[in-house]
Each structure stands twice: as structure tokens, then as C-alpha cells.
Design a protein around this ligand. Structure first.
Ligand code: LMR
Length: 399
């Protein structure tokens, strides 16, 4: 037989836990696992602007042939404008290669494959980072290690330690950066820190690779791209992976984009030719539906306006959920200082919990969260936040 020696793989730390949650028969179980936006009633829905765009698209008689290998041009241009901002896209798009990809993960995958093939197989990721990053880089043949990022003592970024570490890296090491709403810590660089990081990376010839999966969910579309703007203005060559899963609620449509910023148009053309060879051999060309929806939202003035408002409502919901959690934690565990949670940004909150504490939360209370203590704030509702805070307080005290 061919397959009898195949060993069972480990479940995914995020989606695997989601499956465990679904299989749990307890009625009062609470799902804080996957980063998916839900409203206060814990419903997952298309954003109203995106729903409208989808309905309008369905009335159009659209082409049924293949998209180009690197996807729908109007989508790539619109997401380029969004990711880099109108002004900068106008000035720089001649040297930025763009491809539509299968979500943010697909973009990371293609970007990493391109770098491994052409430039570098050494990558450093933030400690901690999204559970899938290491696997993506390793599948492309890269060697990965971690750069110090989140300090549990400071409950924030330890910049001194981070910068000292980056200075030791060999030239052309790929440095994966979370553009905004760092996953899982919710701790982002300030404007001054981005500036200093950009200069340091330029001096040490490190390759910036931005993962941009939460654009618009931090402080808004303009402020959320500060880091990218600084790196672009400083003249870096870099890679940007953009996901439309969260900010367009297009999760299952797998919509994303890859941008490779080169020095000039000739380089862009050559880079693009290599990226297209990679995509062609992997899945030939991307599907059209989700990209058409996202492009339509951005092309129609009224829809875009509504989409910006929808994003604002999502940010408000996240901020309210965070505030409510902090209030309840302060009530149920007054001996612990949880004020640091207020400084975190985006869809997640990283609690001060270890593996034994998160396991206890799952086993005793049916409160599901990954073992690093990250919670997806959109799993909280006015009805369940007190129960979550009570459970967390119990395990913080040593249960
Ligand atoms: C998450 O971190 O929960 C999301 O980005 C979903 C995923 O793909 O892991």
C-alpha cells in the first residue's frame, strides 16, 4: 500500500481549536478563537456595503473566461490605492508590481516563494506572531527564527532589545512586519518607532515584508498605513501582503493582493514575470467573484463611503468589547492590573495567560481561546463578557 506510513499531522492551533469548539456540546460554551468579525449578537455577516456590491455584481453579465495569471487589474489598482494611499500610489505605482492572490495567506505564500527563489531564504518573525507565519515561510524553503517583539514585563514592545537583535542579522534577512493590529498582541509601533525601524533596516539592508491583514480596524484607513508610508518614502524595496478577509468580510471568497515595490519600472516588469511563473504553476490564475466585489465597493463613490462607515462601526464594536472586558476583569480580579489591555489595538487582545490557564478555561468553563492567551474580541457580547471575565479571573488566581 502507498499511504499506510503517513503520520497524522498536528491540528492547526487556530482552526483546529475552532473544530473542537464546534464539537463541544456544552450550551454555555464561548468561542474566542478565530479572528472573524461578529456583531454584538455574535452574528457573522457581510458588511452592508459589501452585500450591496455583491447584489449589484450579480446583475451584471460578466466575462466567464480565465482572469490573467495575476488577477483582475481593476482590483489590483484599487487595492494598491487603498494600501499605499491615493497620492503615493499615483507617484509610485509605476514601480510597484501587484497581483491578486488567494487571500492574505496566498499572498504571503507567493511573496515568500518569490523571495526564496530570487533573493533570500532567511526570515525572522515577531515573537509572538500569527500561528501560520512560520509554516508559510518554511514551506517555501525559508529558515525562520524569531525577533524579540512583545515583552510580557512591559506589556508592550521592547524596542531596545528588538533593535539590538535586528542589528545582528545578516544582510538580506527578510523581516516580517505586521502593518497594524499586530496578531496576537495588539501592540503596534508608534510613528516614531516606525521611522527608527525604517532607518535601521535600511542601514542593515534587511528586507521588509509587511503583512497587512487588518487595514482599517486599528485607527482607521489613513492612520493604519503609517508604517508602510514611512518605508515607501524612505525608498525601501519591499513586499506587502494585503488581505481583504477582515476589512471586506470576504473571508471565504479568498481575496487578497501581493505588492512588490522595486526601484523602477524595469525591475517591476522582471519581478512580475517571475511571480506569474510561480502563480501559474500553483493554481494558474485566481477566481474572479470576490475580487470583483471588492473592486466594485472601491470604484463606486457611494458604496466606498458606506464601506468606510461600516469599518468605523466595526472599530467601535471592537473598542466597546475591549472596554467592557477590562471593566469586568477589574471587577472580578481587582488585584491584577489589566490596564495594559487598553493599549492593544484591533481584533485581538492578548491576556496574561499561559497554556495551563487557557487549557483550564476550555476544560472547566467552555471558554475557547488559543494557548497563547489571545482572544478574538468579536467573540465577546454584552451577555457573555462577565462570564469570560469571571473564568479568566479564576484561572489568573491559579484555579
Ligand atoms: C486568526 O488569526 O484567527 C485569523 O487570521 C484567521 C486565521 O486564518 O488564522
Amino acid at each position: 500500500m502507498f499511504f499506510n506510513k503517513v503520520l497524522e499531522g498536528l491540528p492547526d492551533p487556530i482552526f483546529g481549536l475552532g473544530e473542537m469548539f464546534r464539537a463541544d456540546v456544552r450550551e454555555n460554551k464561548i468561542d474566542l478563537v478565530v479572528g472573524i468579525y461578529k456583531d454584538e449578537e455574535l452574528r457573522m455577516q457581510l458588511m452592508p456595503s459589501v452585500k450591496k456590491a455583491k447584489e449589484q455584481i450579480l446583475t451584471q453579465d460578466l466575462a466567464v473566461d480565465y482572469l490573467p495569471i495575476d488577477g483582475l487589474r481593476s482590483f489590483c489598482d484599487e487595492i494598491g490605492r487603498l494600501a499605499f494611499g491615493d497620492e503615493r500610489w499615483k507617484v509610485h505605482h509605476g514601480r510597484i508590481y501587484a497581483a491578486q492572490t488567494l487571500g492574505g495567506t496566498g499572498s504571503l505564500q507567493i511573496g515568500t516563494a518569490f523571495l526564496a527563489q530570487e533573493i533570500s531564504k532567511e526570515a525572522v518573525l515577531s515573537n509572538p506572531t500569527w500561528a501560520n507565519h512560520s509554516a508559510i515561510f518554511q514551506r517555501a524553503g525559508c529558515k525562520t527564527s524569531f525577533y524579540p517583539y512583545y515583552s510580557k514585563v512591559l506589556h508592550g514592545i521592547d524596542l531596545e532589545v528588538l533593535f539590538a537583535f535586528l542589528k545582528t542579522l545578516p544582510e538580506k534577512t527578510i523581516v516580517l512586519l505586521h502593518e497594524v493590529c499586530h496578531n496576537p498582541t495588539g501592540c503596534d509601533f508608534s510613528q516614531e518607532q516606525w521611522r527608527a525601524l525604517s532607518l535601521l533596516m535600511q542601514k542593515h539592508k534587511l528586507i521588509p515584508f509587511f503583512d497587512c491583514a487588518y487595514h482599517g480596524l486599528g485607527d482607521g484607513l489613513d492612520l493604519d498605513r503609517l508604517g508602510l508610508e514611512i518605508f515607501l518614502d524612505d525608498g525601501h524595496e519591499m513586499i506587502v501582503s494585503y488581505s481583504c478577509s477582515k476589512n471586506f468580510s470576504l473571508y471565504c471568497q479568498r481575496v487578497g493582493a501581493l505588492f512588490i515595490v522595486g526601484e523602477n519600472a524595469a525591475i517591476k516588469m522582471r519581478v512580475g514575470s517571475q511571480v506569474k511563473r510561480i502563480i501559474r504553476s500553483l493554481y494558474s490564475n485566481p477566481p474572479a467573484h470576490g475580487a470583483r466585489i471588492a473592486a466594485h465597493v472601491l470604484q463606486e463613490i457611494d458604496l466606498k463611503k458606506q464601506w468606510v462607515e461600516d469599518l468605523g462601526a466595526m472599530r467601535y464594536r471592537l473598542a466597546t468589547a475591549r472596554k467592557c472586558l477590562i471593566q469586568h476583569l477589574s471587577h472580578f480580579a481587582p488585584e491584577f492590573d489589566v490596564s495594559f489591555l487598553q493599549r492593544q489595538k484591533g481584533m485581538f487582545s492578548l491576556l496574561d495567560l499561559d497554556k495551563s490557564q487557557t487549557s483550564a478555561l476550555i476544560a472547566k468553563f467552555g471558554i475557547y481561546l488559543p494557548e497563547n492567551g489571545r482572544i478574538s474580541l468579536t467573540g465577546l457580547s454584552p451577555q457573555n463578557t462577565a462570564a469570560v471575565a469571571q473564568g479568566v479571573a479564576t484561572v489568573m488566581r491559579g484555579f
